[in-house]
Design a protein around this ligand. Structure first.
Ligand code: PFF
Length: 466
């Protein structure tokens, strides 16, 4: 049997890069822009930014500090502090298990687009109906999902995350530059719609940045809040055990304050810029009606931007999707790594066998999700009012339902059972001051439990009964 290695990051940079690798993924590039478009652009942005600085920071601090202080993974962390709270660690485990089932499906979509551009067929991707045609076909999405999942499982099987992390040091800055470049280009677009109306990229920018309060009701505001909050959980990889595990690898002398702020800043910047790249373009080609198109947003609007760029666009499209595949891979590896590490722990099995079993189970579950666009097709209305298929349903269950619940329990645990001082001590263990300490204590004790309880109820749809 493999001896258990106690790995640790070499310094704060190693930690920041690894955590950012997990955090920056399809959540930033695919999920954030479509939520921002659906939830009124600027309004969503303001809500999201306010939440990241308060709630996001509190959740990230809590996870990482629990991990570093207990020096153990999420499965045992809560139980090691208070025996009768070990159930929380087990529920936490459910989240990456659910996310894994659909993350690789989206990874497969991105891979398909990359291949499309590599083979010089980028023009086809810009045609109307290309994306829907692809996801509703039976074999292709399953094939690409399996390829993506195999890469993920291979990396986890070989335990070579370190190698891919080194690689992501090149890919991440490259991706950022490309997103900025494409975003700037998108602002110069002009298009005359079928209705004869000329729409420009700059008008699209206004739609993205300027908050629109027309027709805003309390219930709609709660929906936006829930969407923003679920995006925040997903994007920062918090409340799902990952950051607890990463925290357990961080050395005592690392200044957590600074590292966590950097992770937060980087993750939010990538998401904001991805919106800048996608939303004005959607507006130009599809007007405001195009904003509600949900998960297909990136796959439909970006190919049109690349098409408008001429021959250069085909090359850019190829490089872009290649980089996004990498960003998705670093995140999916972190999800599968968590599942594998937890199962190795529960079943006392070795890495190779465990990762193969997890890979096979994930593949089976993801095939079902792929078939959710044909064989198992259904359409239901979620409590947040959006029409959902199987993939969206899984996304909703993990991010909008389970995560507020886990956060609620974690806040009660930290705020009222062990006390926020316990976290504060860990934040200051390196001799640095915990700069947002007062806010943290207030948030974790009072604001978070209340808001999480409301959001959890909102996610079940009870408020719509009144
Ligand atoms: N944070 C990742 C993203 O934004 O794409 C997704 C993710 C990674 C979710 C790791 C869950 C996870 F455990």
């Amino acid at each position: 049997m493999e001896t258990k290695k106690k790995s640790s990051f070499t310094g704060s940079l190693g930690f920041v890069l690894a955590a950012a690798g997990s955090a920056v993924g399809v959540g930033n590039i695919w999920r954030f822009p479509y939520l921002a478009a659906k939830d009124g652009g600027g309004l969503f942005l303001i809500v999201y930014l306010a939440l990241i600085l308060t709630f996001g920071f509190t959740l990230l601090v809590t996870d990482v500090a629990i991990g570093r202080r207990t020096k153990t993974n999420a499965l045992h962390a809560f139980g090691s502090i208070r025996k009768n709270w070990s159930f929380l660690g087990h529920i936490t485990f459910l989240v990456p298990a659910i996310i894994m089932t659909y993350y690789s499906v989206i990874g497969g979509w991105i891979l398909k687009y990359m291949v499309t551009y590599v083979t010089g067929a980028g023009h086809q991707a810009a045609q109307d109906g290309y994306f829907t045609g692809f996801i509703s076909s039976k074999a292709a999405p399953v094939f690409f999902m399996l390829v993506f999942l195999s890469f993920t499982a291979f990396i986890v099987y070989r335990g070579v995350e370190k190698g891919i992390e080194r690689f992501s040091r090149i890919v991440m800055p490259g991706l950022l530059l490309l997103i900025i470049g494409i975003g700037l280009y998108a602002l110069t677009l002009r298009f005359e719609g079928a209705d004869g109306q000329l729409r420009t990229g700059l008008q699209g920018l206004r739609v993205y940045l300027v908050p629109d309060f027309t027709g805003l009701t309390f219930s709609r505001f709660l929906q936006i809040l829930l969407d923003a909050m679920s995006q925040l959980f997903f994007s920062l990889s918090v409340s799902m055990g990952i950051m607890i595990t990463y925290g357990s690898y961080v050395k005592k002398d690392v200044n957590l304050n600074r590292s966590l702020s950097q992770i937060e800043l980087f993750d939010t910047t990538v998401a904001f810029l991805a919106g800048l790249m996608i939303i004005p373009a959607v507006y130009v080609f599809f007007g405001t009606e195009g904003m509600a198109s949900g998960p297909s947003l990136m796959f439909v609007s970006l190919p049109k931007v690349f098409e408008a760029m001429g021959p250069m666009g085909q090359i850019l499209g190829m490089v872009f999707f290649l980089m996004v595949v990498f960003a998705a891979l670093t995140s999916s590896v972190s999800i599968m790594e968590t599942l594998t590490a937890n199962c190795m722990d529960i079943f006392h099995s070795d890495r190779k066998k465990t990762s193969l079993v997890i890979g096979a189970l994930s593949a089976a579950a993801s095939v079902i999700i792929c078939l959710g666009y044909n064989v198992f097709y259904f359409e239901m209305t979620l409590p947040n009012g959006t029409a959902a298929q199987l993939l969206d349903l899984m996304d909703y269950v993990s991010n909008s339902f389970l995560m507020p619940f886990i956060s609620l329990m974690t806040c009660i645990f930290v705020g009222w059972v062990v006390g926020p001082k316990w976290i504060g001590e860990e934040m200051e263990a390196s001799g640095h001051t915990f700069s947002r300490k007062k806010m943290y204590n207030f948030m974790i004790k009072y604001v978070m439990p209340l808001v999480m309880a409301v959001l959890f109820l909102q996610s079940t749809g009870v408020f719509s009964l009144f």
